[in-house]
Design a protein. Sequence first.
Length: 94
Amino acid sequence: MLAVGALSVLTERLMNDGSEVVRQACAVTLGYLTYNRTAARLLFASCRNTPRLYDQIIRNMGPATRLNPIFVNDFECARKIGLPCLRYVLLTYQ
């Protein structure tokens, strides 16, 4: 899924699609992807660069769907510390 760019399509649909069913399916799929190291790293970066993405994932997940607890802990820690988004870091150091 990562090789064909599904992560960007899923995040785009989650943020912009008007259908609740589509948003829920995207959130569930992204939740499953947090258990894959590479996908979790890419999703973490996307969540840092897209302001409401993490909250949208949480809001649109079903009651039986879970995110990887390591992913949640890492993101909540980064949010609490207030790490800058990757876009800001890249612009600052170029």
